[in-house]
Design a protein around this ligand. Structure first.
Ligand SMILES: [Fe+2]
Ligand SMILES: [Fe+2]
Length: 269
């Protein structure tokens, strides 16, 4: 049994097996929610998160340039795409628990923890949905190589909570909103209704994760009397390597509290 939310986070981060990681993540989320509902929230506490989350032996993690490309129209291409998204979801589980454990030195309202616990729980469900779809296609998570370097954003912003919020939910997860509709179309064209249903769950819930990022970013800007747009531009230029790629999903970004003047000035035109 873990005594605090930060210890729960470290328990997830130090678990290597993906199904075990997501099971622990979901169980800790239930305990947090139940403690809040009972009017006696688990303490946030403190615990030292690892520099890198524990990972299984497979998949092999390769430099993105060395990950083989497959034609998206083929069955093998769709399996590779599912594998790549599953890898992103597993990383997202760890990213949300990491933000919980790493920044306990910054006093935040309880709602901050409610939001990231919910996001981590949803990412755990997303990973499981995709791992199930891979298995339905006679593959599994770990069967193909995956991108190394997904933890780069976490390392770069390990000392900067505003930077973490700017880069992870407000840039990387917002990018997910841009590209997911195209993936849904691809699986719909292949008559894979179950994968379409899984991706639609993911698409709907990811709007919330971007919104949590925007909410707490604005909260911290207000605390420090920073102009949010100027601060966002400065932090993304410091911590994010490269320009943002249009086309943007302006509607879903707006729903998540991300206005066009935040991202268009950083776009690769
Ligand atoms: Fe997700
Ligand atoms: Fe997410």
């Amino acid at each position: 049994m873990v005594a605090s939310l930060a210890e729960a986070a470290v328990d997830v981060l130090t678990t290597a097996d993906p199904r075990d990681k997501t099971a622990r993540s979901r169980a800790h989320a239930v305990r947090w929610r139940e403690s809040v509902a009972a009017g006696d929230p688990m303490p946030v506490g403190t615990a030292a998160p690892p520099d890198h989350p524990a990972r299984p032996d497979a998949p092999a993690l390769l430099d993105p340039r060395d990950v083989p490309r497959r034609r998206p129209g083929s069955r093998q291409g769709r399996i590779a795409l599912l594998h790549a998204i599953a890898h992103i979801e597993l990383n997202a589980v760890d990213l949300h628990w990491d933000i919980i454990a790493r920044f306990t030195g910054t006093p935040m309202p309880r709602g901050f923890y409610d939001d990231w616990v919910k996001a981590a729980d949803e990412e755990s469900k997303h990973f499981n949905l995709l791992a199930d779809r891979l298995e339905a296609h006679d593959s599994h998570y770990g069967a193909l190589p995956a991108h190394a370097g997904m933890w780069r954003a976490a390392e770069d912003t390990a000392d900067d909570l505003e930077g973490r919020l700017a880069v992870v939910p407000m840039v990387l997860e917002a990018r997910g909103l841009d590209v997911t509709p195209g993936m849904i179309d691809l699986f719909r064209a292949a008559d894979d209704a179950e994968t379409v249903a899984a991706l639609e769950v993911i698409y709907a819930e990811e709007v919330g994760h971007v919104a949590y990022g925007s909410k707490w970013f604005h909260f911290l800007c207000g605390r420090h009397e920073h102009d949010p747009k100027d601060r966002f531009h400065a932090l993304v230029q410091t911590y994010f390597h490269g320009a943002l790629k249009p086309p943007f999903n302006e509607e879903k970004r707006a729903e998540a509290g991300l206005p066009p003047d935040f991202y268009w000035p950083l776009a690769d035109r």
